[in-house]
Design a protein around this ligand. Structure first.
Ligand SMILES: [Zn+2]
Ligand SMILES: [Zn+2]
Length: 261
């Protein structure tokens, strides 16, 4: 399976989600249809039976179109026809480019809500026999909405080794958390919030949310800091962890309502 990511899905206003499309290849090889044939034959050579086209919105998967290899070309052709027809009927407003021929890249569309009728292009994908939206098969609330993982679990040596085929049941109690707190902390920074640490990685999930006094004391943004994995271990296990947490608490004070920033 080949996984492809969609580019752009923004409207003019923040939060407005208007379209979603995936470029299949940066450059043409011959004409458009030659290029599609090349893409499909390369997938065949590699033993890829499906393309999975994914649209993310933060940590949430909005669309995950699973497309059988041999459907890719006919879907692209169909979207091109639908797009041309919409333009002919004057239903694409000021948009004059064909959806499928996007610059020099053959493009598959998962969504277009820029005009009232533009959705017909994406409809051609979703109504194609054998195409599935795996995002619809996932649980409605993503894992990040129910963040009941331990803040930073201590190593448990009893988990070392293997039980072969045996399973065991583990019962544990957890403090229920509000995922919005975690979200708000991750939204306020892109770097580790430990003083002097500037660690940053450009992917979702790099930063942990550390509850300075423990989650039982307060699941609040002013009891939390975003930390890189190294600093998070320090906050729990370093010899000077108490000092470190005290300084973090002073830092996080600014996020109390009414605090001067
Ligand atoms: Zn922690
Ligand atoms: Zn750090």
């Amino acid at each position: 399976m080949r996984v492809r990511l969609c580019w752009r899905r923004e409207g003019r206003k923040p939060g407005e989600r208007k379209y979603s499309a995936a470029q299949l290849r940066a450059r043409l090889r011959g004409d458009w249809e030659d290029t599609l044939r090349y893409i499909v034959s390369r997938d065949q050579d590699h033993g890829n039976t499906h393309n999975l086209i994914v649209q993310r919105d933060g940590a949430t998967i909005v669309y995950a179109a699973l497309i059988p290899r041999n459907a890719l070309m006919p879907i692209w052709l169909r979207q091109r026809d639908v797009s041309a027809e919409l333009r002919q009927r004057g239903l694409m407003g000021r948009i004059t480019k064909n959806h499928a021929e996007n610059g020099s890249s053959p493009t598959i569309w998962l969504q277009d809500d820029r005009t009232p009728d533009a959705h017909e292009v994406a409809d051609a994908l979703w109504s194609w026999p054998g195409v599935l939206d795996l995002a619809k098969l996932m649980p409605q609330s993503p894992v990040s909405d129910d963040d009941t993982f331990d803040d930073c679990p201590a190593p448990d040596h009893s988990l070392l080794g293997s039980d072969g085929a045996a399973r065991r049941t583990v019962i544990r109690s957890e403090v229920k958390r509000d995922h919005r707190v975690r979200r708000a902390v991750l939204d306020r920074t892109t770097t580790c919030e430990r003083e002097g640490c500037t660690a940053v990685r450009d992917y979702v999930g790099f930063l942990d949310v550390h509850h300075i006094l423990g989650v039982e004391k307060g699941d609040r943004v002013w009891n939390c800091v975003a930390l890189c994995p190294n600093c998070h271990r320090d906050a729990h296990f370093a010899p000077d962890a108490d000092d470190l947490n005290q300084r973090m608490l002073e830092y996080a004070e600014q996020f109390k309502s009414g605090a001067s920033s």
